[in-house]
Design a protein around this ligand. Structure first.
Ligand SMILES: [Zn+2]
Length: 101
């Protein structure tokens, strides 16, 4: 039976590749974790000035309003609801902006 005197080149390459894959995997995991953390610190914060957003319900549409700069943010689908209200002539937009001023 033949005994290998030194580890084959293929084996070295195999382990080098395995290391690279592990490092890549670790890198990806770190990036994902950092993204999650970044996102959670932005949760319910105004994208313009970074202050807290306050939820306000207006004709069943929930808008997030910044207490600092007065910016108003809508969730997906809420603009469509507002458009619908406006088509019916409810004056939704007018009353939304007049309220609290
Ligand atoms: Zn703001």
């Amino acid at each position: 039976m033949a005994i290998e005197e030194k580890p084959s080149r293929n084996e070295d390459e195999y382990f080098a590749r395995l290391d690279a894959e592990l490092m890549k995997e670790r890198r990806t995991k770190l990036d994902v974790d950092r993204l999650k953390q970044e996102r959670s610190t932005h949760l319910n914060k105004c994208p313009k000035c970074g202050c807290d957003l306050q939820e306000r319900e207006h004709h069943h549409v929930k808008v997030d309003e910044c207490v600092e700069c007065g910016g108003i943010w809508l969730d997906k689908g809420e603009l469509e609801m507002i458009e619908e209200f406006d088509k019916r002539g409810s004056g939704f937009m007018t009353s939304l902006f007049r309220k609290g001023r």
